[in-house]
Write a protein that binds this ligand. Structure first.
Ligand code: GLU
Length: 261
């Protein structure tokens, strides 16, 4: 039997906080208990928000916490061609279509998605592939949306024709995560409940592309004293600021319930 493969996949758009530490440690423990492997993946397709400094700091913070992982670390921004190839495959299946609407002018429906955004009304769905190809060749800016009317997936359809890749392939979270989980042979995706609603989109993409689907676990989130989700801007719980205040890695691990990795 192949050994199980786990991954922790932060987006380097800020410093890692206690919530990331929890997720990373949980992945490490589950991998160890299953006799599996742990990968770290840097999800930095959104180059407007992610920086190489945050990537470097994230890896340094994880090492400081006591984590060990396999090399090399996959850095998504170095593999845009892989995501592009997946998009071409999905387009050939007519499962996705390019959308030329800008954020502001995209016509919307009354229904809202799990992120609270009104669903896209499907304006660009009716553009022929030939016409769309012409526009792309002319350099017209476009993102990519799943055609939910064709995909016919009930759990994923709550998102409407969701964007899986944005113009210039930045912020292409959904397509990048599915591509990489398959390419890296990830068997267990262990991540926060904040991403749970996106999982049906990932499972739909896996079905459309004929990729294996990993097992999914969505863990509770670490909350701040006011009961709110930690964010990368809430500096006080960043691992760096705790470390600067003299908190040790062992103390953080113990506080999060991982006295030993
Ligand atoms: N990169 C995502 C984040 O930092 C996590 C994605 C995942 O684990 O699938 O929120």
């Amino acid at each position: 039997m192949m050994s199980p493969v786990f991954r922790f996949a932060p987006s380097p758009n800020g410093h890692l906080h206690l919530g990331h530490a929890y997720s990373a440690l949980l992945n490490a423990r589950m991998a160890a208990e299953a006799g599996g492997r742990l990968l770290i993946r840097i999800e930095d397709t959104d180059q407007t928000r992610c920086t190489t400094e945050f990537t470097r700091d994230a890896l340094e913070d994880l090492a400081w916490l006591g984590l060990e992982w396999e090399q090399p670390v996959r850095i998504q921004s170095e593999h845009m061609a892989d995501y592009h190839a997946m998009l071409e495959k999905l387009w050939a299946l007519s499962a996705i279509y390019p959308c030329f609407c800008s954020r502001k002018e995209a016509p919307r429906l009354a229904a809202i998605d799990p992120d609270g955004q009104p669903l896209y009304a499907g304006k660009c769905r009716s553009i022929s592939q030939e016409e769309a190809r012409k526009r792309i060749t002319c350099g017209m800016s476009h993102g990519w949306r799943i055609d939910m009317s064709a995909a016919g997936d009930a759990p994923a359809s709550v998102w409407g024709d969701v964007v899986i890749a944005k113009p210039r392939l930045g912020s292409s979270y959904h397509i990048a995560v599915v591509t990489d989980d398959a390419l890296q042979g990830v068997s267990h995706v262990v991540r926060g409940k904040d991403i749970e609603a996106a999982t049906p989109i990932h499972q739909l993409l896996q079905r459309l592309l004929g990729l294996p689907s990993p097992a999914y676990v969505h863990h509770d989130l670490i909350l701040d004293n006011a009961g709110l989700k930690l964010s990368k801007s809430s500096g006080s719980t960043s691992l760096r600021s705790l470390r600067a205040k003299g908190v040790s890695a062992a103390q953080i691990r113990a506080r999060l319930g991982f006295p030993r990795i």
